[in-house]
Write a protein that binds this ligand. Sequence first.
Ligand code: EPZ
Length: 417
Amino acid sequence: MDKLLIRGGASLKGELQVSGAKNAALPLMCACLLTPQTLRLANVPELRDVATLLALLGRMGVTSSRRGHTLDLCAATVTEPLAPYELVRTMRASILVLGPLLARRGEARVSLPGGCAIGSRPVDQHLKGLQAMGAEIAVEEGYIVARAARGLRGARLVMDVVTVTGTENLMMAACLARGTTVIENAAREPEIADLARCLNAMGARVGGAGTAVVSVEGVEVLSGTAHQVMPDRIETGTFLVAAAATRGTLRLTGADAGSLEAVIDKLRESGAEVATAPGEIRLAMNARPRSVSLRTAPYPAFPTDMQAQFMALDAIAEGTGVITETVFENRFMHALEMRRLGAQIEISGNTAVVRGVPALQGAAVMATDLRASASLVIAGLAGRGETLIDRIYHLDRGYERIEEKLSRLGADIRRVT
Ligand code: EPZ
């Protein structure tokens, strides 16, 4: 099993091109199921999750070819509308095939995703919305068995919970439904607007994506198109925090500052100088960070996917930061590992109080989930001595060759087996 060995202390300096967004690429890949024609996606990141979804789509009869970061997907015929447990349990986002399969084939058998390290991750909102659109849904032996023999019909849906993939699943299903669907209390994440841009280029009629009310006028058929995946705002934020934590200077190209305003505000509050221009973000941190407090919530508020990274920044900051996690019920696993590095963190329910220390001391730690892994990398880079991070397969799910990128910025980091 691979591990990452980090010798802390170097300030990150240099320039980096941001990769395509994992959380945009995954729903975009599922959109290929909505048309028999070829969907060409550019700027697709090379990630474990992308490979997993490609395998899942391949089982359904989707053909694909990849040249660098461009991926062609074609669901000319969907031979088997099945998402098996052994694939779904490794990647919850597999649930995103459900809406498109129902819309295109009128049937789907998708393993319930099950929970993961950060929470129970239910999909009740996905199922409730599809049922309102006329699908018959049963849960049998851990599988969602869904049918819509006469196709889906438009409906007015009010989401009880703001859910990103729930909004995406229902938006895709609605594209081929008879009539108009309105999704109220929809999630507003930028990845949803990116998906809508692609769907509309395929001939769909989606309005309001990126706002709390999304409307979709169903059409008979969708065609192929070519679409460029938006930049990964969480990878962008992760590298900005790593540069801030190591008192470095960083220029990110191919980045979208507009999708990261809450994060950039917090970086400035911690004392970083952040300058933005179209497609570019520059950061400089010349002194020890100041502690910041934050509260995660759905977009455009502070993103839960950046919470662990800021805990690493607060761990070595001047002062005390209070971090409140309101989206997932168990997203402080990284705090337990950071304590092994000397971090002073007290957890009470969904709130963590982080008292900054002058420096963390390297140690052996274990990654528990994707963003927790990133926070341990940041803690190791900012710490003194050697940090050895185990179970970094979590990291490979969402970060493209992270140790190569960090090495180019001057980090002493390498993958060991
Ligand atoms: C997406 O997950 C992202 N994944 C997550 O990123 C991200 O953390 C999350 O949105 C929140 O921003 C992808 O886009 C592939 P939710 P998703 O449905 O859609 C509850 C990462 O690190 N809920 O918005 O699964 C749920 O329990 C990953 O890249 C229901 O109760 O998250 C949670 O508390 C981690 N019922 C809250 O809503 C439902 O039917 C938000 O979950 C669905 C969700």
